[in-house]
Design a protein around this ligand. Structure first.
Ligand code: RET
Length: 255
């Protein structure tokens, strides 16, 4: 057996904990997708792309939660193994898109935007690709090695967001710059949960507890990093729309 956990050995409580958290993930992605697509028209046209990307992120995750859920229930019933690859495929698509939506909502000058995109998107894809072999490794050695390699692009992303992006924030209206700073804190607080969840088997938890803890950690982090994050992007788009256009501000009651 490789590192993919045999879910038939979970106790009834462990099984329902994972079952329920996956169900919560599915419901959150569904509701956020609908809300973001409906609300997209309520911001000025130049910010709509950011909202469309946010809704696409939760739509992609909606599909993958459905597959993860199905795979978990089937594997528990003895039909095949639980497929953790759905998560990594989801992240491979959604993590670059989350960075794109962040950049899109800032409506930066083209050169600045391109420079951020060309560094953040490849780094985020690399981070996920390097993490996967460690996720499915049975031994702690390869897990630590791939985890460490994946941490390099992770730190690079944080560097770009916290050092480089700060320079562009000075050009934003005060309230927008404060909200973007909160958005960045939300990003680091939620993204930090992924490597911690990944390390659960290494931190000495037994196989079943580490599996359950990892599924709960990844799912709760996904809800915050995709849904709450997407809704915060929507809030920023509204604040920026109000700052750009006083008739929008008056119509929406934003002062
Ligand atoms: C891995 C492997 C161990 C080292 C690191 C990791 C980072 C993962 C992150 C994932 C973020 C996912 C998001 C998904 C939501 O859409 C791959 C677990 C650093 C940061 C934001």
């Amino acid at each position: 057996m490789d590192g993919i956990y045999d879910v038939t050995t979970l106790t009834a409580t462990q099984y329902s904990a994972v079952y329920n958290v996956l169900s919560l993930g599915f419901a959150s992605m569904l509701a956020t997708t609908v809300y973001l697509y409906i609300s997209q028209a309520r911001v000025l046209p130049k910010y709509r792309q950011a909202i469309a990307i946010s809704g696409t992120v939760t739509l992609i995750a909606l599909y993958h939660y459905w597959r993860i859920f199905d795979s978990f229930v089937a594997a528990h019933g003895g039909a095949g193994t639980f497929n953790e690859a759905y998560r990594y495929v989801d992240w491979l698509l959604t993590v670059p898109l989350l960075l794109l939506e962040t950049i899109a909502v800032l409506a930066l000058p083209t050169a600045e935007r391109k420079s951020l995109v060309s560094r953040l998107v490849p780094a985020s894809a690399l981070m996920i690709i390097l993490g996967y072999p460690g996720e499915v490794a049975a031994e702690n050695g390869p897990k630590m090695l791939w985890g460490a390699l994946s941490t390099i692009p992770f730190l690079f992303i944080l560097y770009v967001l916290f050092v480089e992006l700060t320079k562009s924030l000075d050009k934003q209206p005060a309230e927008v710059s404060a909200t973007v700073k909160r958005l960045r804190l939300l990003l680091i607080a939620t993204w930090g949960v992924y490597p911690i969840s990944y390390l659960m088997p290494v931190l000495g938890l037994d196989g079943a507890s580490a599996f359950v803890g990892r599924q709960i950690g990844y799912t709760v982090a996904d809800v915050l990093a995709k849904c709450l994050f997407g809704l915060t992007i929507y809030k920023i788009a509204r604040l920026k729309s109000a700052a750009d256009d006083s008739s929008y501000a008056a119509a929406e009651g934003i002062h």
